[in-house]
Design a protein around this ligand. Structure first.
Ligand SMILES: C[S@@+](CC[C@H](N)C(=O)[O-])C[C@H]1O[C@@H](n2cnc3c(N)ncnc32)[C@H](O)[C@@H]1O
Length: 294
């Protein structure tokens, strides 16, 4: 029986990350405070200072991530004085200089974004999920996130044209092409890089909590059981709780005492519950792993 560890540190992740060993983390999933947003709850960083603030943190993240690991950064630039800030773009450029590969940009489509009307723009219903790696080869378990092919495919695949049955190269000479008949007989297919998820409405204890499906999707895609997941801006601890449920070790850091206490308390309640469950003498006990807090 292998143990699943959930470690929680209290403090500024710039300092706390230094306690973690080099090359020890398989996946980092996190949502730092956005520039100047939510100032009333946990402070904001001015957009002009954001890159300088983040660089020492991303340097530590680069150190602790395994060469095969992945870093998913949830971020979105806000509108300042009628213009989108450019700090996220500047951040990507600086992180590349720091040694990161900017592998991919996933989009989190927020299915239930706030209603509203602005004179010069529409409702904001997506956020960036930037993927960074230390190397071009990294662990990725694509089959773990396959999705049902969907009803549209049944009608699309019913009457295939001659073009559908062979590789159809793009007309613009890009070298890309498709063979629609490859999808025949498949129940599941690989997803796109757009995640359609509602924002978290049930977690009333934190103003910016992830929907659980968000860390869950990336944990499935980039880790296997007993791997280690890090969230240096843990908030209400969504990443840690999801990781634990998925039999992954995890490490979280949180600077606000109320949020830190809230995570700690919930972890303690969960381990007591698990201990009770393990001792219970009814039916077959499905649990094969114990859980610990440090
Ligand atoms: C956007 S929230 C993260 C929410 C989290 N994803 C969840 O699902 O609850 C960012 C969190 O980072 C914390 N934070 C801000 N600066 C920090 C720092 N320097 N070190 C550690 N935590 C920090 C804030 O207190 C806040 O809870």
């Amino acid at each position: 029986m292998k143990e699943i560890k959930t470690e929680l540190f209290f403090g500024d992740c710039t300092k706390e990350l230094k306690k973690l060993p080099d090359n020890s983390i398989d996946l980092i999933v996190t949502s730092p405070p956005y520039a100047d947003q939510r100032k009333s709850t946990y402070g904001g960083i001015h957009p002009n200072k954001y890159v300088n603030w983040f660089m020492p943190i991303s340097k530590e993240l680069l150190r602790v991530l395994k060469p095969t690991g992945t870093f998913i950064l949830n971020i979105k630039e806000k509108v300042v004085d009628g213009e989108r800030s450019t700090y996220v773009m500047e951040l990507v450029l600086e992180m590349r200089k720091q040694g990161w590969f900017w592998t991919e940009e996933f989009i989190w489509h927020k299915k239930n974004s706030f209603p509203g009307k602005w004179s010069n723009r529409f409702r904001d219903s997506w956020e960036r999920l930037l993927q960074f790696n230390k190397a071009k080869q990294f662990n990725m378990y694509q089959d773990a996130v396959k999705v049902p092919i969907g009803d549209w495919a049944k009608s699309r695949l019913k009457n295939l044209s001659t073009t559908d049955k062979k590789r159809d190269n793009a007309k613009n000479g890009s070298g890309f092409g498709k063979n629609v008949s490859n999808w025949l007989g498949k129940d599941t297919v690989y997803p796109t890089n757009v995640l359609h998820l509602a924002t978290e409405c049930n977690n009333k204890n934190h103003s910016a909590a992830f929907p659980e499906e968000l860390p869950e999707w990336f944990i499935n895609l980039f880790t296997t059981e007993y791997d280690t997941v890090l969230d240096p801006f843990a908030g209400s601890g969504t990443t840690l709780f999801v990781a634990k449920r998925m039999a992954r070790n995890s490490v979280g850091i949180e600077i606000v005492p109320e949020y830190y206490d809230m995570i700690k308390e919930k972890l303690e309640i969960e381990s007591q519950y698990i201990l009770f469950e393990e001792r219970a003498d009814y039916g077959k006990n499905k649990l094969t792993k114990s859980n610990s807090i440090r």
